[in-house]
Design a protein around this ligand. Structure first.
Ligand SMILES: C[S@@+](CC[C@H](N)C(=O)[O-])C[C@H]1O[C@@H](n2cnc3c(N)ncnc32)[C@H](O)[C@@H]1O
Length: 349
């Protein structure tokens, strides 16, 4: 680890530690999880090369999932390889996502697929990006914003999705929002795995109005949930939320969607359940909340008509008023359920 990485880690630890007891916007469900994981802040710099092993709970699958000898027959691995192959089949390799290797570790968090390390998190991320590419949304966004792009991700968790997006998009600023302990996981992962990247952390001393400057000069900008209002200072080509709105209080989701509506000049992408069994603070269907704020596809009635059930993650692509016209969604949207991948075709495509 070089001096710059160590210095960025020092600052990240200090900012996150300072925020630990500030009022947050998370549900009781997440407050409990991060209370348990506060220990990550005490890990020393050298242990942080394995920081990814501390965020496996965020996706729900521990490292042993990928040890073939522990699975006889290995149903998860068969599923993983088949589904990943299906997700990348029609994509340019530029959009192939992968897990970075754990440094100096005798095992890896995933299984090799054509030389790429993949796992169930990568599969989810690949699903999301495949949907934006296959519906033609990425091409439109890239056309609108031919230079440096700006992406906002709410609930960045492990940081692995952001890491992959930067590799695919090239010149991009990623504004990443999470609650303090999770933000530490995001930041430490990116510092370790993307050592050349310029990473900024917004804190109470960051002057108001400064976000645009940070976006112009940094690759990753970390923002804690309690400072989410600062996001209003940016404009985003893509605004993401994967597997997190469902676990927040409805008021928090509304606030993020309002921010997305006011700041997104490209596409919004969500993949969530309508609600989450362990989170009673989400009192409104996520589908409905998204449709209250953005012009989105598919319609909530569409998922009901598909009879996919409430256990299925629903990809929803939205656009805000900043686009100045409807983003055209064509091609196909992949929805995985009951071990199958179903292709949804927007009307007219
Ligand atoms: C199930 S994890 C998913 C993480 C990541 N999006 C992924 O798909 O791997 C849910 C994420 O939402 C974050 N989260 C929970 N409450 C939040 C809030 N109020 N604001 C921002 N992020 C929040 C958690 O810290 C966690 O990173």
């Amino acid at each position: 680890m070089n001096d710059r990485q160590r210095e960025t880690l020092r600052r990240l630890r200090a900012v996150v530690t300072g925020l630990l007891d500030a009022p947050g916007t998370e549900s009781a469900f997440w407050a409990d999880i991060v209370a348990f994981y506060r220990y990550v802040l005490t890990l020393d710099d050298d242990s942080l090369r394995l920081i990814r092993l501390h965020s496996t709970y965020w996706g729900g699958h521990g490292p042993m999932t990928y040890k073939e000898q522990h699975l006889e027959p290995p149903p998860h691995l068969t599923f993983l390889h088949e589904r990943y192959a299906r997700m990348v089949a029609k994509l340019d390799p530029r959009w192939y996502f992968a897990e970075p290797e754990l440094k100096d570790c005798p095992f890896q968090y995933g299984a090799l697929h054509d030389g790429r390390l993949i796992n169930l998190d990568i599969l989810r991320y690949q699903h999301a990006i495949a949907n934006l590419v296959l519906t033609g949304v990425m091409a439109q966004v890239e056309q609108w914003s031919p230079g440096r792009r700006t992406v906002c991700e709410i609930g960045s968790g492990s940081g692995c999705f952001a890491f992959n997006l930067r590799r695919s998009l090239g010149d991009v600023a990623l504004v990443l929002v999470d609650i303090p302990v999770s933000l530490f996981l995001t930041g430490a992962f990116l510092i370790v795995n993307d050592p050349e990247a310029r990473l900024a952390i917004v804190d109470q001393d960051t002057p108001r109005g400064h976000l645009a400057e940070l976006i112009a000069s940094h690759d990753y900008i970390l923002v804690a949930d309690s400072m989410a209002d600062r996001l209003l200072e940016g404009r985003y080509d893509l605004f993401f939320n994967l597997y997190s709105f469902q676990e927040m209080p409805s008021a928090t989701v509304r606030r993020y969607l309002e921010i997305a509506r006011l700041t997104t000049r490209g596409a919004f992408y969500s993949e969530n359940l309508r609600g989450h069994a362990k989170n009673p603070e989400n009192t409104d269907s996520i589908d409905d909340l998204i449709h209250d704020h953005l012009d989105a596809f598919p319609d909530p009635a569409f998922y009901q008509a598909q009879d996919v059930g409430d256990e299925v993650m629903r990809p929803i692509i939205g656009v805000g008023p900043l686009v100045g016209g409807s983003l055209s969604i064509r091609g196909e949207l992949l929805l995985g359920y009951a071990g199958r991948v179903v292709t949804l075709r927007p009307p007219g495509s």
